[in-house]
Design a protein around this ligand. Structure first.
Ligand code: ASP
Length: 341
């Protein structure tokens, strides 16, 4: 019925002879493949994911390979080159989810270069969803992932030493100040030398040419965090959620507050109720602000989302969050997240 009504509407617009078959199937206006990811690091990650998507590859492969670029970057804020915890150890969290609601994650993983790939192995090779700490590391080694040296990257060492001068425990993910953060103006993955820039995540969601959705999220978490602290990124439903009937979402920012509202799951459920990706992200941000009251001013959280039509959107608490969108060889660009405070 719906299709027939659409056919009649198009006919009355004089479009009856134009691409009728695809309009009739209702698929002509679906933008796919498409990949979106958080922050400026998303540009390079999208580029890698796009190589798979444009060849008709699976979104699961795209979101894994895409964020591996960020994990490899010693210069960046994700992976082994990232900021350590307050005891000086880099501990990594990651999660991945596919179109069949298969999911896998690792948390508090040390000395492994690609936590996202370990998360995928957890998903594909164990009956479990999540492995943590030394157990996750043992599994990774058994799967053939090399154990990397326990050593901070040069930049992280400098930042950590700086932080140690005061050793002030401020477990709050910083709010970027566009114009101040080097990543806001050009793609130069870097960090504040004084350690001010202390959030470290890439979240990516993609839809492939077959219309299937997947997502990935990988992080070293909050810089100088308490040893053992785990954020939202490896928690399915918080840092990442995919429902192949509806859409996919991922989060960045203050993980504790994303967990509190099951953020990414909430965004997907709001899209199920008919909200656009942008409005779904906005509602989730509003919920955090309502819970936090005045304290919302002190934190940053950003969500991005993609629906089955290939529509995308993002929203955050404070100005400064942005995300990368890619859906063609020459279309890979940054979008500023709208903000509420
Ligand atoms: N959400 C991450 C965490 O809380 C950090 C971030 O996105 O920067 O671990």
């Amino acid at each position: 019925m719906l299709h027939r009504r659409r056919f009649l509407q198009l006919g009355s617009l004089g479009l009856g002879s134009f691409s009728l078959a695809s309009f009739y199937s209702g698929k002509a206006d679906i933008r796919k493949p498409i990949v979106i990811s958080t922050w400026h690091e998303g540009i390079a990650a999208n580029q890698e994911a796009w190589k798979i998507l444009r060849e008709g590859g699976r979104s699961l492969d795209a979101v894994e390979k895409g964020v591996m670029v960020t994990e490899s970057s010693q210069n960046c804020c994700v992976g082994l080159g990232a900021n350590p915890d307050r005891d000086g150890f880099v501990t990594l969290d990651a999660s991945i989810m596919d179109e069949y609601a298969n999911c896998g994650s690792v948390a508090y993983l040390e000395r492994i270069k690609h936590p996202i790939s370990v998360a995928r192995r957890v998903m594909e090779k164990t009956p479990h969803v999540m492995l943590v700490g030394s157990g996750a590391q043992q599994f990774a080694v058994e799967e053939g992932f090399p154990l990397e040296p326990q050593q901070l990257s040069k930049e992280a060492e400098k930042t950590y030493k700086n932080w140690l001068k005061k050793s002030e425990y401020k477990p709050v993910i910083n709010i970027e100040n566009s114009g101040n953060h080097p990543n806001q103006t050009a793609f130069v993955p870097t960090r504040f030398e004084n350690g001010e820039f202390n959030h470290d995540t890439i979240g990516m969601v993609a839809m492939d040419a077959h219309g299937n959705l997947s997502g990935s999220c990988t992080t070293s978490g909050m810089g100088f965090k308490m040893r053992g602290r785990v954020g939202d990124s490896p928690i399915i439903g918080a840092g990442l959620f995919v429902d192949n009937e509806v859409g996919a979402a991922t989060a960045t920012g203050q993980g504790e507050d994303v967990i509190r509202i099951c953020g990414s799951h909430l965004v997907v459920e709001l899209m199920r109720q008919g909200l656009s990706p942008e409005n779904a992200c906005k509602k989730a941000v509003e919920r955090i602000i309502k819970i936090k009251g005045d304290k919302a001013k002190e934190i940053q959280v950003g969500f991005i989302a993609l629906n089955k039509q290939g529509e995308y959107g993002g929203y955050c608490i404070q100005k400064g969050f942005n995300f990368a969108v890619c859906y063609a060889d020459d279309k890979n660009y940054m979008v500023d997240g709208k903000y509420l405070l």
